[in-house]
Design a protein around this ligand. Structure first.
Ligand SMILES: Nc1nc2c(ncn2[C@@H]2O[C@H](COP(=O)(O)OP(=O)(O)OP(=O)(O)O)[C@@H](O)[C@H]2O)c(=O)[nH]1
Ligand SMILES: [Mg+2]
Length: 300
């Protein structure tokens, strides 16, 4: 039998390129929220893949963007500080660009400084013609000796094995750091918060979604009358302004109902239990610059 291998893989890239979608695909479970909005991921989240002869620990990171708040700065610091602790970098870019933009250049510089093994993932190839990829590939290959360049669509299962095999090839012999039942380092509470935030992000528009954070106040497992396992969950969605609060609650409470309903359905699937979810909305101005809150988004 071949020797067991393991390692930590940081998933880096600009915001909205599909890093979390990719991590969820590779892990086969929802570990991180995804949305067609910038700055969806706010902290480093681990997703664990157990294979016959290896364990790969992915670290999904907040996308690189121009920081506007203390939270933004912390998010970017978190992303770059993962580099020092990992074995391989998965650098995710979008197939739709035809040059190396400033954000991608900044990430490339960090990769160069690290001298780490890196694999370039060109994501969203479903949106472009094959011919467009060649120029992009050669531009990036001139910048860094990538172990591999893999064009993919993170929405499609068929790319999963190719990526995992390529990573496995580049891992060193090592132990399993996590038990095989685990697929993330997040607690149930954090998973619940991430799911609620994802639904809110996807259903809300404009600047409202960027100003929210979700806190689960209570999460308790009990048996219902039919002896089924059920989680009672109480969560608060914090937002920046009163006008945002109105939008999140919606006419006759409809928006909040939709957020709660879709979050509940996904939690039931993910936790394998029934879920009884109550959500509240509160205003907390300036939380994005509040050190006691943003502390949570720092690397653990
Ligand atoms: N067409 C297409 N869309 C994709 C693909 N991969 C991801 N997306 C979409 O791109 C959007 C952003 O995906 P995320 O996974 O949240 O992006 P991210 O890089 O984690 O973003 P941040 O957390 O903000 O850094 C979502 O709407 C995804 O559904 C792909 O291969 N093709
Ligand atoms: Mg993300």
């Amino acid at each position: 039998m071949s020797e067991f291998k393991s390692g930590f893989v940081a998933v880096l890239g600009r915001t909205n390129v599909g890093k979390s979608t990719l991590v969820n695909l590779l892990v086969g479970e929802k570990v991180a929220a995804t949305a067609n909005k910038v700055q969806t991921t706010r902290t480093a989240i681990k997703g664990i893949v157990n294979r016959e002869n290896s364990q790969i620990i992915f670290i999904d990171t907040p996308g690189i963007h121009k920081p506007k708040t203390k939270l933004n700065e912390t998010m970017i610091e978190t992303s770059f500080s993962t580099i020092s602790e990992i074995d391989i970098i998965l650098f995710v870019i979008e197939a739709t660009s035809n040059e190396i933009g400033r954000g991608d250049m900044r990430i490339l510089e960090k990769i160069k400084e690290s001298h780490k093994k890196a694999i370039l993932i060109i994501n969203k190839i479903d949106l472009v013609k094959k011919e467009c990829l060649l120029k992009l590939i050669s531009l990036y290959q001139k910048e860094y000796p990538f172990e591999a360049v893999i064009p993919v669509s993170s929405l499609k299962e068929k790319y999963k094995e190719t990526i995992l095999c390529e990573i496995e090839k580049n891992l060193k012999p090592g132990p399993a750091y996590y038990s095989v039942e685990e697929y993330t380092d997040q607690t149930m509470r954090q998973l619940a918060e991430e799911i609620i935030r994802e639904k809110a992000l996807n259903l809300l528009q404009d600047e409202v979604p960027h100003g929210i954070y979700v806190e689960v106040e209570k999460m308790k497992l009990r048996k219902n009358k039919q002896h089924e396992q059920i989680y009672d969950i109480i969560a608060t969605i914090y937002c920046l302004r009163n006008s945002h609060k109105g939008i999140i609650i919606g006419k006759d409470g409809n928006m909040l109902k939709r957020i709660g309903q879709s979050a509940r359905i996904e939690m039931e699937k993910s936790f394998g239990t029934k879920v009884n979810l109550k959500t509240w909305v509160k205003v907390k101005e300036d939380w994005q610059d509040d050190p006691s809150i943003i502390k949570r988004f720092k690397l653990k």
